[in-house]
Design a protein around this ligand. Structure first.
Ligand SMILES: [Zn+2]
Length: 371
């Protein structure tokens, strides 16, 4: 008798699940602070992509915090909420009809989609260089992100992750930002004879540490500067075989060939322009707010750049070439070292804790399921 009731219960539960088509997701009403929720929403529709993915983990970054604080972000047209999250990792549940993917593959979703016009750069697949700003971005601008139990992705916007990486695949999105920055430094360097040997990375957050790791893989003499005097950041830099500096860029004791700037701090940027070697290239990846440029005027900083043929180049986002290359870089990196970048894992129920930064955090992830 009890087994009949049990199976009836199971049937009714599964019927409920099938008929309701609901899943849990972390959502926010953009530009409306305090609206973040872990709530039930409809399962992703087929129009979102033919590959169905079970979420494993999603990384949290400053952009997510800004969206939750109501400073940034756009819901999909006609919808009230946006599913948060753009640093994804998932497992293919259903690869769809023809996708080149198979059940069980670890995948990460590309964040940006080309604008509909399209501008010349989006037309050739360089959506990271979009000219008209009408691009869309998952979890940020008009497309739902990846902080849901299941998500869908178009085969052309899914990147396969080396299975040996496991949970470390969640680092792929920040890795693409770094891979693009290093590529743009290399491309810019070709304007003259240039064989870079030394690179300085300012800021030892996830972007800075991944930049140091990949620059090391590329064979450069790597230096990292951060405010921290002790702790995980200096330890991680030294474990790479790179040199750690704290204090002013002006005191590092050499003139770098290239600088990857990851702080967005005015003083660090103006000091970098003064300290870089002749023909040097500074790639800005950090986004700062306000503040002064230290004691130097803009004209003085510009004069330093002119007299040494320096280039200051800004870099944001990444296109498919960078995603592909970043996946290779990540697979080549020391997996034990990479695992030390993930300093905290929170459950989706505890997502608010994941959005609060503590001084010891490098990368915090929200884990939806086991790898
Ligand atoms: Zn465009």
């Amino acid at each position: 008798m009890s087994s009949i009731i049990d199976s009836e219960e199971k049937r009714s539960k599964s019927f409920k699940k099938d008929s309701s088509h609901l899943m849990k997701a972390i959502t926010v009403e953009p530009k409306n602070p305090g609206t973040e929720k872990y709530m039930e929403i409809p399962e992703p529709e087929l129009t979102a992509g033919s590959i169905l993915v079970e979420a494993i983990a999603v990384g949290v970054c400053g952009t997510d915090v800004e969206i939750v604080e109501g400073k940034y972000g756009w819901a999909p047209p006609g919808q009230k909420y946006l599913v948060l999250g753009h640093e994804s990792l998932g497992r293919v549940i259903d690869p769809g009809a023809v996708s080149g993917f198979k059940k069980g593959d670890l995948v990460v979703g590309i964040v940006r989609r080309p604008d509909p016009v399209p501008c010349p750069n989006c037309a050739v697949g360089e959506w990271d260089m979009c000219r008209n700003g009408q691009y869309t971005e998952r979890g940020i601008k008009e497309i739902h992100g990846f902080m849901s139990e299941r998500w869908r992705i178009e085969p052309e916007f899914a990147i396969k992750v080396d299975p040996s990486l496991g949970i470390l695949g969640v680092l792929l999105e920040p890795a693409t930002v770094v891979t693009k920055a290093l590529e743009h430094i290399a491309v810019t360097g070709r304007r003259s004879f240039w064989e870079p040997q030394t690179v300085l990375v300012t800021g030892a957050g996830p972007i800075g540490l991944l930049a140091a790791c990949f620059a090391k893989i590329y064979g450069l003499d790597v230096h990292v500067l951060d405010r921290a005097v002790w702790g995980a950041k200096p330890d991680l830099v030294r474990a790479l075989g790179a040199t750690y500096h704290s204090g002013s860029v002006l005191d590092i004791g050499f003139e770098p060939d290239a600088i990857v700037e990851c702080t967005g701090v005015g003083q660090v940027i103006s000091d970098s322009i003064k300290q870089i070697g002749a023909n040097g290239i500074i790639c800005l990846t950090g986004i700062g707010h306000g503040g002064a440029s230290g004691s130097a005027s803009v004209a003085e900083i510009a004069a330093a750049a002119v007299l040494k043929n320096n280039v200051v180049v800004g870099s944001v986002n990444a296109n498919k070439r960078h995603w592909y290359k970043a996946a290779q870089n990540l697979a080549r990196a020391d997996h034990n070292w990479l695992s030390r970048l993930i300093t905290r894992k929170e459950s989706p129920e505890n997502f608010k804790k994941a959005l609060q930064r503590t001084p010891d955090d490098i990368k915090v992830i929200i884990q939806f399921s086991e790898v």
